[in-house]
Every structure is written in structure tokens, then in C-alpha cells.
Ligand binder design. Structure first.
Ligand code: SF4
Ligand code: SF4
Length: 344
């Protein structure tokens, strides 16, 4: 596959921080390479803005909470108004009036991550008593959308699918309906970071996982809510990942993933940078040898020739979910973007 002269899509983590420590999140187990780092308005202007006119889409998060970036508002102002599809995911707690004022009518897609659909469950999984705040912010979002007569941002609710949350999938669909989430529900699949969590994997009880996800999809359809299993059904995922160990993947031909310390990765889940935007321009990195070598080792069927990242692909849309070992990172000392395991 030929890559374009410049990427049409960028994933940019504007901040390497989050205001939460969810029970299932990598941030509860790993420390970011440059903890607390943020992209400033000046850095964004100097190193990323020159590429905006070439972009079709821009994702402003992948591993952290974008709204912890102190320059989020001026940076979004630079992006807003261009012909670019914009997207970010947030836990929704920091959707202040100023942020809502900026994004309503301007942001294309917004995902709000909620695992636990009442105060007690939310506290259990998200580890903070903020369920009511999220509901309040979603109400404000929808009120403003109505006032401005806009469908943007198109809202979606995302939840983590694990054995103990499978019974809440139907609640997720009801929650999405209540909050007018036109994008419905997206269920992301879990990978685990300590042996005690292994029982939560889809692979720990595939029959139950299959049955409960089917029930949820049916319930959502009955109330008119789109419901997406991000990794696909167990059956489809197994068939599609059998040959390579992951689904055929073309992300490194389409996009670059940027961390706030300037490191640039070939995809959002790789662990080795292919350059740093403060040392080389994004154009140089895009056409450089490191990325070219990585691309050659993405879809090869020979597992010995595949990039280590691709052999253990953890991208929700590409990785295999039926293999418990592939989703158990209990023994790993490193994680995405150079994160290292916390010393307990
Ligand atoms: S809100 Fe998202 S990034 Fe933050 S701790 Fe929870 S799962 Fe991790
Ligand atoms: S690690 Fe996964 S998402 Fe990244 S390039 Fe490899 S197969 Fe694609």
C-alpha cells in the first residue's frame, strides 16, 4: 500500500495526564514516559498547525484526558472552523461551560466514557463519585445543542466491556438514549494488568460474553440506539484475527500518533517512537526510514518478521479478544508510548 505524501489523520495527545484513575485503566498501573507533559499553544502552532490544511480528521486524545491540557481552548480555536473532522473522548467531568461553549457546533464527534450507570457502579469502576456531574454536563451539552440548533458534536457513550459489566450493557443503551447520544454505545474490550483481573476478560467465559453482548445489541436495537462492539463480535473477531494474529491494519499508512513530549508513533498503541516532532518535522518523520521499516512489518504473515507491537496488537479495532494470554499484560513492564510499570 502507498502512503500519502503527508498524513491525512493525526492522533494528538494534548496532555499526558488524567483527573481519574479508573480501575481498569493503564494509568492505574503504568506511569507515562513524561508524566504531566502537555502540548502548549506555541508548540502546537509551531509543529502541528502547518499540517492542519492537509488533514481530513484529527483525534485529540488516545491515552489520557484531553481536557486536562491547560491550552485546550486556544488550541481548539486554531483547529475549529477548518474542514477537518474532529474527535475526542473524555470522561466528561471537565466539560465546563467554557469548553461546552467552544465545542458545541464546532467539534464533530464526542465520546464520553462511562463505565457504571449509577453512582455506586460508577464509583466502583471509575473510582470517583462523579456520576451526577457527568449527567449534569451531558444535560448542559444537549441544552446548548438545542439552543444552537446543531447536531454537533455527535455524542457517543463508551463503556469498558468485562465480565462484571456485561449485565450493565443494557443500562448503557438506556443511558445513551436518555442523553440523546446519536452515536449510541461503543463497548471497548478489556486488557488486564494484574493476574487478579484475568477473570474479567471476554476469554474467561466466551459463551457468557457472546450471550450478553447479543442481548445488549438486541435491546439497543429495540430502543433505537446504535450499539457497537469495538472489537466486533467474538465470532467475527476470531475469524478476522486468525491469519495475522490481528486484523489487517493500515493505520501507519494513514496517520501519525503524537505524544505531548513530541514523540511520534506509527499508531496509537505502539511502544517505540519513529521520531520526535521537536527534532524533526512531521513530514520528515512521515517519509523517514523508521516508519518505512515499521510499515513493512505490520501485515506480514510470518510472526517472526512482524513488529513486536503488531504481534501483540492492542488496538481495539485490530486486536484479537479470544486469546486470554494476548490480553493479559500482568507481566509487562512497559506499555503504550513508553509508559513504565509503577513500582508497588
Ligand atoms: S478516564 Fe480514561 S484515561 Fe482517565 S483513568 Fe479513566 S480510563 Fe484512564
Ligand atoms: S500495533 Fe496494531 S494498530 Fe499498530 S500498526 Fe500494528 S497492527 Fe496496526
Amino acid at each position: 500500500m502507498r502512503s500519502e505524501t503527508l498524513p491525512h489523520h493525526l492522533d494528538v495527545d494534548l496532555s499526558a495526564k488524567c483527573n481519574l484513575r479508573c480501575s481498569f485503566c493503564h494509568l492505574s498501573y503504568f506511569t507515562p514516559k513524561d508524566r504531566g507533559e502537555q502540548i502548549s499553544l506555541q508548540e502546537f502552532t509551531d509543529h502541528i498547525e502547518p499540517y492542519l490544511d492537509n488533514l481530513k480528521s484529527l483525534t485529540l486524545f488516545s491515552k489520557f484526558e484531553v481536557l486536562t491540557c491547560r491550552d485546550f481552548i486556544p488550541i481548539f480555536n486554531l483547529i475549529s472552523g477548518r474542514q477537518i473532522e474532529t474527535y475526542f473522548s473524555t470522561n466528561g467531568i471537565l466539560l465546563t461551560d467554557d469548553v461546552l461553549d467552544l465545542i458545541v457546533g464546532n467539534l464533530t464527534y464526542l465520546t464520553v466514557s462511562v463505565t457504571g450507570f449509577n453512582r455506586e457502579q460508577y464509583l466502583r469502576y471509575m473510582r470517583t463519585d462523579a456520576f451526577d456531574i457527568v449527567e449534569e454536563n451531558l444535560t448542559k451539552l444537549n441544552t446548548l445543542k438545542k439552543q444552537r440548533n446543531t447536531e454537533f458534536p455527535k455524542l457517543r457513550i463508551s463503556m469498558v466491556g468485562m465480565q462484571s459489566t456485561l449485565e450493565s450493557l443494557t443500562d448503557a443503551a438506556d443511558f445513551a438514549k436518555k442523553h440523546c447520544a446519536a452515536g449510541g454505545v461503543q463497548m471497548t474490550s478489556l486488557y488486564v494488568f494484574e493476574p487478579g483481573m484475568r477473570k474479567e476478560l471476554p476469554a474467561a467465559d466466551t459463551a457468557r460474553y457472546d450471550r450478553m453482548t447479543r442481548l445488549a445489541v438486541d435491546h439497543a436495537a429495540a430502543i433505537g440506539v446504535p450499539f457497537e462492539l469495538q472489537s466486533g463480535t467474538l465470532e467475527d473477531n476470531t475469524a478476522e484475527t486468525e491469519k495475522l494474529g490481528h486484523r489487517p491494519c493500515y493505520l501507519p499508512w494513514q496517520r501519525l500518533s503524537i505524544q505531548p513530549n513530541g514523540d511520534v508513533y506509527p499508531c496509537p498503541v505502539s511502544q517505540q517512537p519513529v521520531g520526535n516532532m521537536f527534532d524533526n518535522s512531521l513530514a520528515e518523520i512521515w517519509r523517514g526510514d523508521a516508519l518505512s521499516a515499521f510499515r513493512k512489518r505490520v501485515n506480514t504473515v510470518d510472526p517472526d518478521l512482524q513488529n513486536e507491537d503488531c504481534q501483540n496488537c492492542l488496538h481495539c479495532r485490530h486486536h484479537a479478544i479470544q486469546d486470554a494470554d494476548a490480553n493479559d499484560l500482568s507481566a509487562k513492564e512497559t506499555f503504550f508510548a513508553g509508559m513504565t510499570r509503577k513500582v508497588s
